[in-house]
Structures are given as structure tokens and as C-alpha cells.
Design a protein around this ligand. Structure first.
Ligand code: NAP
Ligand code: F7E
Length: 323
């Protein structure tokens, strides 16, 4: 089996590539050209995957990559994925995160409509939540240009399924984190800064809205759900979540506790980090995924916080030894 991943250099792309390689897949990765290559997340598997230079902004390059690699499955993960940037660059976010999905689907339609397609939909589509917990049937009310673009990506995936019979499935994934999470996202910002404070290299942690609540899981668990969706007889959409919600404050409290510190002594609230419109609380019901895919998350909230803090402490200590 051959699988192609757009966004292979990102958090999820790197875990998914490892997961597929372990199952004997040949893996191709779409990487856009930039002045400096950023392959750190896939360093360990760099020689086991085939890299194709393409950009989801460029239809021709997507078609060429598929023509050359001829995958059986395409996991479309590439996107502008940081919510605050979507207010700073709303048009670019619409292009990459929204229309990029159409370009990926068009490439499938034109090259080989039997390629199975996975779309990385998001709990940000629920935004101002219309029911608690959120399921596949909960109406969307996105609260950022990112969320709006993801709603477009979600519906164009459904539309290509209905229009052309493409095996296109959308995973509505709630927040999932790991030591490979980008440093700008709140969980990694917390784990990294806590590690720095514990090692005497920082004095405070500046955060925005401490009351925001998220359903946080471990990325390694979530990529398995992506694969399971493409192994079913019929393409469908699934919510992937833990079913627990925690506040940013709780995440910070646990992270500081892991290194034996009191969070209240170090966290500074910075109103500049508040968002123009906030998603106050998310909690998903992954009952359908449990029943139909046999999927359940394995890493708990406490384990997630601990493993992220431990990884950042270890990484900083390694950096010290090397310098
Ligand atoms: P991420 O770490 O930000 O990775 C995004 C990837 O997309 C990177 O490899 C990036 O490449 C690539 N990319 C961005 N623009 C591109 C372009 N124009 N052409 C080609 N590649 C481009 O995101 P992630 O956390 O792994 O998330 C993966 C997907 O799931 C995203 O679509 C995200 O929106 C969605 N999602 C994430 C979560 C979550 O909690 N993590 C939840 C729901 C949905 P560079 O290295 O070149 O920047
Ligand atoms: O924010 C609050 C912030 O940036 C989480 C993306 O993967 O998950 C992610 O989107 C919450 C928000 O993730 C800071 O206001 C407080 O309420 O870690 P985040 P996100 O916006 O939930 C979804 C599912 C995706 O699809 C996205 O691609 O934390 N918060 N203080 C802060 N957030 C950040 N980043 N930085 C702070 O200092």
C-alpha cells in the first residue's frame, strides 16, 4: 500500500508517517519549498519516506505529486493551522486551509478517483458550541477565519463524496498535543516555559485566556483514527475526542506541579494574547468512532501533561550538555 501525506513535516504528519511505515506502507510526503528546510519532526524517518515538492496553493504541483507516486490513500493534513494567525492573515488562511482542500480533492479526481481521501477537519468548526458534548450532528458556528476555512474544507469533502463518489472521509478532531506540537500552541508554550523555569532559564509564563476549555488528547492516538477511517467499507465523518474538558489554567497548574512548582507564582495574564472571538469550551463525544472504528484514546490528560513537560525538560538538558 502507498499513502501520501500533505503536511508530513507537521505534528500529525510526522506521527502518521511513522504509524503507516510500521504497517508496511510506502509513504510519500508533500513538502513546500521554503528557504530553510524544516524536517526536524521527520528526521528519524527521512530516509524511509519519499518527499515530493508541492504546495497546496499550486494545483499543478499537487497533480504532479499524485501522478508520480500513485498513492492508494491521501491524508490531507497541510493547512495554516494556528488560529491567531488566521486573523492576521485571513485570506492566506482561506487559500491554504479552505481552498487547499479543493485543490487536493481535484488532484484526486483528475489523477485517480479511487484514491481514498482523508480531510483534517477540526473541532474549531463548532466554535460557539450549539450543544454539549459535540457530535457529528452538532451544527457548526466557527469563531475565527481558521474555523470558517475548515467548515469550507469539511463541506467540500462531503461534496466531492456526493458528487463524484470519491471515498472521502472527514475526521473532526479535537485538540491533540504532543512533544512535537508547535511552540506557539498553548500546551507546548506551557510545557516548554515550565521546563525553562524549572531549569532556571525563564522567570514567568505569559498567557491569555486561562478560562478557555479544551478537549485535549495525544496526537499519537489520533493519527490511528485517521487511518481507521480509510479502512472502512463506506466513507463517513467522525468526531475524535477524549470526552473530557480542561481549562488552560488546569493545564498550567498540572504542568507546574510536575516540576514541583506553584503555577500562581509564575503565570502572568497578558490581555494582548486574548483573541477577537474566543471558543470558550469544547468537549467531544467520540461514541461513533468507538462503535464503528473501535477507536478509543489511550493517553489520559494527566499523562499528556506529564509526558510533554518531561520531554521539554529532557530536551533542554540535552541542549545544555551539547553546548
Ligand atoms: P501543523 O503542525 O501546523 O502542520 C501543518 C503542516 O502543513 C506542516 O507540515 C506545514 O508545512 C504544512 N503546510 C502549511 N501550508 C502549506 C502549503 N501551502 N503547502 C504545503 N504544505 C503546507 O499542524 P498539525 O497540528 O499537524 O495539524 C494537521 C492538520 O490537522 C491541519 O490541517 C490542522 O488544521 C488540522 N487539525 C489539527 C488539530 C490539532 O489539534 N493538532 C485538530 C484538528 C485539526 P511547513 O513545515 O512547510 O510549515
Ligand atoms: O489555543 C487559549 C486560547 O492555540 C487553545 C489548533 O491545532 O486546536 C488548535 O487550536 C486555547 C485558546 O489551540 C494562550 O485562547 C490562552 O482558547 O493551543 P491553541 P486552538 O486555538 O484550540 C484546534 C482543534 C485546531 O484545529 C487548530 O489547528 O488556549 N490560550 N493563552 C492561549 N493560546 C495560545 N496559543 N497562546 C497563549 O498564550
Amino acid at each position: 500500500m502507498r499513502a501520501m501525506i500533505t503536511g508530513i513535516t507537521g505534528q500529525d504528519g510526522s506521527y502518521l508517517a511513522e504509524f503507516l511505515l510500521e504497517r508496511g506502507y510506502e509513504v510519500g510526503g508533500v513538502v513546500r519549498r521554503s528557504s530553510s528546510e524544516r524536517f526536524d519532526r521527520i528526521d528519524a524517518i527521512r530516509d524511509s519516506v519519499t518527499i515530493f515538492q508541492a504546495d497546496i496553493h499550486d494545483q499543478t504541483s499537487m497533480i504532479s505529486a499524485l501522478r508520480e507516486f500513485r498513492p492508494h490513500e491521501l491524508y490531507h493534513l497541510a493547512a495554516q493551522s494556528f488560529v491567531p494567525t488566521s486573523w492576521a492573515q485571513p485570506v492566506l488562511t482561506g487559500e491554504f486551509t479552505g481552498l487547499g482542500v479543493t485543490r487536493a480533492l481535484e488532484a484526486v479526481r483528475q489523477v485517480d478517483p479511487s484514491i481514498k481521501f482523508y480531510q483534517a477537519s477540526s473541532s474549531e468548526m463548532f466554535g460557539k458550541v450549539q450543544e454539549i458534548p459535540q457530535t457529528e450532528r452538532t451544527p457548526f458556528w466557527p469563531r475565527s477565519p481558521y474555523g470558517v476555512a475548515k467548515v469550507y474544507g469539511h463541506w467540500i469533502t462531503v461534496n466531492y463524496r456526493e458528487s463524484y463518489g470519491i471515498f472521502a472521509a472527514s475526521g473532526i478532531l479535537f485538540n491533540h498535543e504532543s512533544p512535537r506540537r508547535g511552540l506557539e500552541f498553548v500546551t507546548r508554550k506551557i510545557s516548554r516555559t515550565v521546563a525553562k523555569i524549572a531549569l532556571g532559564r525563564a522567570e514567568e509564563l505569559r498567557l491569555g485566556n486561562l478560562d478557555a476549555r479544551r478537549d485535549w488528547g495525544f496526537a499519537g492516538d489520533y493519527v490511528k483514527a485517521m487511518w481507521l477511517m480509510l479502512q472502512q467499507d463506506k466513507p463517513e465523518d467522525y468526531v475524535i475526542a477524549t470526552g473530557e474538558t480542561h481549562s488552560v489554567r488546569e493545564f498550567a497548574e498540572r504542568a507546574f506541579a510536575r516540576v514541583g512548582l506553584d503555577w500562581e507564582k509564575y503565570v502572568v495574564v497578558d490581555p494582548a494574547l486574548y483573541r477577537p472571538a474566543e471558543v470558550d469550551q469544547l468537549i467531544g463525544d467520540a461514541g461513533k468512532a468507538r462503535e464503528k472504528l473501535g477507536w478509543t484514546p489511550e493517553v489520559s490528560f494527566d499523562e499528556l501533561v506529564n509526558l510533554m513537560v518531561d520531554a521539554d525538560v529532557a530536551a533542554l538538558e540535552r541542549e545544555t550538555c551539547e553546548s
